[in-house]
Design a protein around this ligand. Structure first.
Ligand code: CMP
Length: 137
């Protein structure tokens, strides 16, 4: 089934000029880029987007990271996009992360992990609605 997912290139990857390399990896994996824009997280936007992580030990660090510099938001589309994009970015846990994934190349820490991708159909819909409401359902 053709699906859409949301990819966010995080501030640490943006400031280190990895945008082009990450987009090339996504395109080479067969994803179509449906919409792309620079996004700037505020603490308010980050608190909505990462609502489910409130109260966790890394929450403040995560919000600070996301607000520290611009991000790039991309709506990607392809067959099985949600699962395939999660595979392409690699696990959040460095010990479980496969070699050759985006996070393998560009993550600098568990929080500073270069990219975010929606983890389910429900998350993709929710996250696209939050970040790009003009394309939401
Ligand atoms: P992301 O895909 O954006 O989803 C939630 C984020 O929280 C995750 O990437 C990491 O940046 C961060 N995160 C998740 N688990 C941990 C953890 N155990 N320690 C630190 N940061 C984490």
């Amino acid at each position: 089934m053709i699906e859409q997912s949301l990819l966010i290139i995080k501030p640490n990857a943006v400031v280190h000029h990895h945008i082009g390399h990450i987009i090339a990896m996504v395109e080479q994996a067969g994803f179509n880029l449906k919409y792309i824009n620079i996004i700037r997280f505020t603490p308010e936007l980050a608190s909505v987007f990462y609502e489910m992580h409130k109260g966790k030990s890394f929450y403040d660090r995560l919000v600070n990271l996301m607000c520290s510099a611009p991000c790039v938001g991309i709506i990607v589309e392809k067959e099985n996009a949600i699962e395939d994009l999660r595979g392409l970015i690699g696990d959040v846990n460095p010990e479980k992360r496969k070699v050759g994934t985006i996070r393998d190349f560009f993550a600098e820490g568990i929080t500073e992990n270069a990219v975010h991708a929606s983890d389910s159909k429900e998350s993709a819909e929710r996250e696209i609605n939050i970040i790009f409401p003009q394309f939401g359902t």
